[in-house]
Design a protein around this ligand. Structure first.
Ligand code: MRU
Length: 366
């Protein structure tokens, strides 16, 4: 996507062909800072501290993190240790595990002397495939926005609510939930996006609003508690969100607060779509509510809010009495019954095992 006239992906290989560059998402929207990752430790820090975040981008960063770790030493012990360290960085987004296991499987079929070259090639392939998949999600999701536009007799604009940031910053490019919106905008369909601020880390306010503004797409930021009211007032035509892990039964795990939006959408007969690349499906899990691990993050994310002060500097301020304990689960699970459809790179499917297997028949065990 474009930033000040330059095309950026959210992660890329530095000119030296070995280091990796990312956009530090903890500084956005106030500062656009590119950070160079030159070691496994820096890649792990970037993932854990959320300089990079969003399920597909975490996977891509882990793939390059593995390359950086292998630069130190190429041995089975080192590979094992790197994989364990990367997978431990964030537990919910399955793309992290998916990317690391994909790299490991490839490397284990070759002698260690070949690993470095192969690893960089595979990390680049993971990034390119993510861009292609997300653009395809955009095309399939565009069909749903076109239908909504027809239902409104092409009057006004299509009103879409989204939660968190599932835009190009959360992936390598295009995004998942935002890809259909970018495609609709390019196709000349008037769209307007309700952007949930997404406490506690405010990915909606910091990142989605920034992306949409850069793309010239109409939007308003709303407090997380506003969605129910907007839907009740018929101010939302459809919801589109991303997911960090989708169970084989169609349950979707996404940023905390997604479940409440799905409940409000169901109560108001508003379609609720979830956009995802196949790499986000965890075929080993059949009950998302019981089985998907929910990341528990530091209480300071709830107790402190970051923003730009009047002097133009980034600052964190406390919003609760000193000593207040806080509880900070980063994700929740929306049961499949509340999901109207899953928008994947292969098409739109019902949120069910049968629906997903129609699109991904190679996962069928029979
Ligand atoms: O904690 P984050 O910012 O990594 O959470 C991101 C989300 O919940 C996104 O909605 C999800 O990764 C889908 S993004 C393509």
């Amino acid at each position: 996507m474009q930033v000040d006239g330059h095309h950026y992906r959210s992660i890329w290989l530095a000119e030296d062909g070995r280091n990796v560059e990312i956009i530090d998402q903890t500084r956005l929207p106030h500062e656009f800072r590119v950070v160079t990752l030159s070691s496994l430790a820096e890649a792990k820090y970037a993932i854990s501290e959320m300089q990079v975040r969003g399920a597909p981008l975490i996977g891509a960063t882990a793939a390059y993190g593995l390359c950086l770790g292998l630069r130190q030493e190429q041995s089975p012990e080192q590979l094992e240790s790197i994989c364990g360290q990367l997978i431990g960085c964030r537990p919910t987004a399955v793309n992290l595990q998916w990317a690391v296991e994909r790299m490991r499987r490839l490397l284990e079929g070759h002698p260690p002397g070949e690993w470095l070259t192969l690893a960089y090639q595979e990390a680049a392939a993971i990034c390119s495939e993510d861009c292609v998949a997300n653009e395809a999600i955009g095309v399939h999701g565009l069909g749903l926005i076109q239908e909504a536009w027809q239902r409104k007799n092409q009057q006004g604009r299509v009103e879409i609510l989204t939660h968190c940031n599932a835009g190009w910053l959360a992936t390598v490019d295009w995004g998942t939930a935002l890809a259909p919106i970018y495609k609709a905008h390019q196709a000349g369909i008037p769209v307007h996006v309700w952007v949930d601020e997404t406490r506690p880390r405010n990915q909606g306010a910091h990142l989605t609003a920034w992306e949409l503004q850069a793309a010239g797409i109409d939007h308003h930021l709303v407090v997380d508690n506003g969605g129910g009211h907007l839907m009740q007032q018929q101010m939302v035509d459809l919801c589109i969100v991303g997911t960090d892990r989708t169970a084989a039964n169609g349950d979707v795990c996404n940023k905390i607060g997604t479940y409440l939006k799905a409940l409000a959408a169901a109560a108001n007969d508003i379609p609720f779509y979830v956009a995802l690349p196949g790499s986000t499906i965890d075929w080993s899990i059949n009950d998302g509510i019981r089985e998907i691990p929910i990341e528990q993050r530091h209480q300071d994310e709830v107790l402190l809010v970051q923003g730009k002060n009047r002097a133009g500097q980034l600052e964190q301020v406390a919003i609760a009495p000193a000593g207040t304990p806080a509880w900070n689960p980063a994700f929740d699970v929306t049961p499949a019954r509340l999901v109207t459809g899953l928008i994947t790179e292969r098409g739109v499917s019902p949120a069910s095992k049968a629906g997903l297997l129609e699109l991904y028949p190679e996962q069928s065990r029979d």
